[in-house]
Structures are given as C-alpha cells and as structure tokens.
Design a protein around this ligand. Structure first.
Ligand code: FUL
Length: 477
C-alpha cells in the first residue's frame, strides 16, 4: 500500500476509534431501572382496616368485619391516576396490621372474612384489572412487619411472608415495583400474645433469599427499600429530593430499616451500585384517609414544590392518595391532582428547543453520532458526548427568536453512568449572556426553574465532570 493511502486509512481508523461511545463511568442502571426512571410519577394507595378505624398503624387485633367500603371503585382510582399523568399505582396489599386486601390462602386475616362482597372480594384483582384498562402499571407494598401474625419474630413467619409474596407476584399480572417498608418490630397483637417483639433487622428477614424470589417471579419488578436493592428511599416523607443527587450508593451499608437517612437524599458520589431515590409523600398529612384531614389536602403550590424537588432533582415521585371509607379517592384529592397536572401541562406544553439549532464547544470525534443536535431531537436515547479528555464545555441552543423561558430540563445519558457535577445555565439577552440557573448533578433528570427571562439562546456550561460529559436532553420551556 502506498504510504499516502496507508496514512489515510490509519487516520480514518483513529477517528473511528475516537468516535466510539465513551466507556461507561462507575455504576450504570439496569434495564429495569431505566424503565423505572421513565415512570417519573405514580400513585401510592394506603387502604386497609385503618381506613375504618381512623388510625395510621393498626395493632393487628382489628376485626375483618369492619372492612366494608360502601362504593368500592378501583376503576375510579385508575381513571383519576391516568388523567393525572401517573404511570402506575402501588397499593398496600398488607400494611403493618397484617390485614390482607386479597384473599390469601395463608391467613384468615383478610378480605375473605369481611362483609365486603360477602367475603368474595379481592382488591388486588380489581386494581389489576383497572390498571390494565387504563394502561397503568401496578406495584405492591407487602409490609415485612406484621402485628397480627402469631409467628412474627420466628422463622415460620418468613415462610409465611414469602408465600404471600408468591401469591402477589403470580396472580395479578405484571408487577412493576415491590415496596419493602423499613418499619419493623415493636408491640402488636401477634395472634393474641399482645407483646413487644424485636427482630434483628439485618438478619431476621434473610433479604437476599426473598429478593431472589421477586427476581425469579417478576424479573422486571423494581425492589424498593431504604437502601435498594434497586431503588432507595429518599430519607424523608415530606416530598423533598436533594439538589445534589447521586444515583449511586454503597449499597452493602444499607438494609430495609437500617439506613443513614442523611445519606439517602444525596446518595453517595462513590457509590458501588446504581440505586436511585424515590420520593414517597402523601397528599394529606396521614398515609390513610381521615375525614378530619379533608381540609388539609396539600395545595397545588405545595404539590408543585414537591414535584420540582423530587422529579426535578432526578427522583421519581410516589404520591399517596388514600381512598376513603367508600373505597373512592375523595373529591378534594381528585381535584387537587388534576389541578397539579393542569399546572404542569401548562408549564411544559411546548419545548422551545425542539429541532432548533444546537452547537457544542466539543463533539466527540467530531462525529455526527454524538452531535449537539442529539440534545434537541426529542429522543432521550440519542446523546451528545464530548471527547475523553474533556471535563468542561458548553452546549448552546439557538431559539431562532426571542422567547420567554422559565424552565430548562436536562438529562445525562445515564446508560453510561452519572458524570456531571457542576453546571450553569445562561440566557442571551440583547447579545449578552446572563446566568439564569446553576446546579451540581444532573443524572437521570434535572428540571431547573430559571429566573424569568426573554431570550433567543440558552447555553449550558458544564464546569465539572468526573469523566467526559454526555447529555441526552436539553429542553427549554
Ligand atoms: C412508613 C409506614 O410506617 C407508614 O405507615 C407508611 O406506610 C409509609 C409509606 O412508610 O414506614
């Protein structure tokens, strides 16, 4: 081969290598976690005997006879949830009081001994059908702590817990999330013993073997607990996410009910596993319905604040709406949910950056595959990336005309890990750049409320990154 030809061949080969995708950095999400990130916003349903006793934690000695919703309507739940833009509903199949909303074969403490539908009812079956009809996913909360079961605290109870898990994961179609609550052990009825039982939170449940049952029966189901394995608690029940939010955690240091809450909000920059945060919060002061809280349903302003703090900081939002004694979402709660959605739809109606012109101060290997246009093509699976040695750079979108801007939405291409740790957002006003927002992490999602501005261009300057940065999305509203 002539040396000129050889040089050309080598040059092209080098560019091709340089333009391959970046190496993944640190822990990366699994397929099931990627699917979970897309869920963003979904509903929590706390419903059990507590609804009828006006309590938050049943003792375990309540009579199943009192479970008798007068107008039970799972379809209303699913209808409202889907109109509100939720993607799923997660229900307390069993709360700490041990009462089962489905006719479990393994206990008498369930709907089968209630007057509701003459003991023939099954809340889980009705919810599964309603979710299916409305295109929602369904998840289950199965409280590890059981204040009714006589064997709670002994090995037999773990067997019982797993049998129940098996029922839930095999009889109701696809389950998107299994929720393991951290509240564990204390006083209870325990089959009449009426005593206090303590368990060792790190050994009693033998979690790895329970988790493997979930993996086997529902491979795509996400498992939530204080520290994962798939999704972590955010460390508070007020609806607050953390502005600096690493999706990574030193997972082995956590277990359900054993967590350093202060570490859960921000995650751990040097985490060993991808364990992103979910924000669980109730639309009312309590998790269960209490008529006396009808006037204390959170306002739209409060719900918006929660939305920006959770979804806006890269967490998913699990918003609890407790059905009332009729077995319906209360009218006030429904209206509030729909008002929240109206406000969000108005704010995010039209992406001003979509298909405009985007440029970057660095494009990986100058390759079209990683070009800045990937930021604004509406495809969250295409991405812009920089060269390996780049740690700071800028991406700019020209809006083509002067437009009022209130929000910027960013996403890293998290399939390759979380990298960015400082950035600013600027707007060009009469030819001069001015800062309108700034932040630390971006990760799966970052929605910034900017200072009010009318501008013809928006620029994101990444000022610190742990590896060459990637971004899949730059949206402007
Ligand atoms: C807590 C429980 O004790 C509450 O009752 C509620 O279920 C909440 C979501 O989690 O740990």
């Amino acid at each position: 081969m002539h040396w000129r030809v050889l040089t050309l061949v080598l040059f092209h080969a080098a560019v091709a290598i340089a333009a391959g995708p970046p190496e993944p950095f640190g822990p990366v999400p699994s397929e099931r976690q990627l699917r979970w990130h897309e869920m963003e916003y979904y509903g929590f349903i706390h419903f059990t005997l507590n609804t009828f006793t006006d309590r938050e934690w049943g003792y375990g000695d309540e009579d199943p006879e009192i479970f008798n919703p007068s107008e039970f309507d799972a379809m209303q739940w699913a209808d409202v949830a889907s109109k509100a833009g939720m993607q799923a509903l997660i229900i307390t199949a069993k709360h700490h009081d041990g009462f089962c909303l489905w006719p479990s074969k393994y206990t008498e403490h369930s709907v089968k001994n209630s007057p509701w539908k003459n003991g023939q009812g099954d809340v889980l079956a009705e919810l599964a059908a309603a979710c299916k009809a409305r295109g929602l996913r369904m998840g289950v909360y199965l409280s590890p702590w059981d204040r009714n079961h006589p064997a709670y605290g002994k090995p037999e109870y773990i067997e019982y817990y797993r049998q129940q898990m098996h029922e839930l994961l095999t009889n109701y179609g696809e389950i998107c999330e299994v929720w393991f609550d951290g509240a564990n052990g204390g006083d209870g009825y325990y089959g009449g013993a009426r005593e206090t039982r303590h368990i060792d939170r790190s050994t009693y449940y033998d979690w790895p073997n329970t988790w493997s049952i979930v993996r086997q029966l529902q491979p795509m189901a996400i498992m939530f607990s204080d520290g994962g394995p798939d999704v972590r608690w955010v460390g508070n029940e007020n609806g607050a996410g953390s502005a600096t939010n690493w999706a990574t955690l030193r997972r082995d240091e956590f277990a359900p009910g054993i967590a350093d809450n202060s570490a859960l909000g921000g995650g751990q920059r040097d985490g060993t596993d991808w364990v992103p945060a979910e924000v669980d919060v109730s639309i009312r002061p309590g998790w269960f319905y209490h008529a006396k809280e009808d006037q204390r349903v959170k306002s739209v302003e409060k719900l918006l604040e929660i939305y920006y703090s959770s979804v806006g900081n890269g967490c998913n939002l699990l918003l609890n709406i407790p059905p009332d004694r009729r077995g319906r979402f209360h009218e006030i709660d429904c209206q509030r949910l729909l008002d929240l959605t109206t406000a969000l739809d108005a704010a995010f109606a039209h992406d001003l950056a979509r298909d405009k012109t985007a440029t970057a101060s660095n494009v990986r290997g100058n390759a079209a595959q990683f070009g800045a246009d990937k930021l604004i093509d509406g495809d969250r699976n295409s991405y812009w990336a920089a060269d390996d040695d780049v740690r700071s750079c800028e991406v700019t979108v020209e809006l083509g005309e002067k437009l009022p801007v209130r929000h910027v939405r960013l996403q890293e291409y998290i399939q390759l890990g979380q990298r960015i740790e400082a950035f600013t957002v600027e707007a060009r006003v009469d030819g001069i750049w001015q800062e309108i927002a700034k932040g630390t992490t971006i990760g799966p999602r970052r929605i910034l409320r900017t200072s009010d501005v009318t501008t013809d261009a928006v620029r994101v300057s990444i000022t610190a990154s742990r590896a060459c940065p990637t971004l899949s999305t730059l949206e402007v509203y």
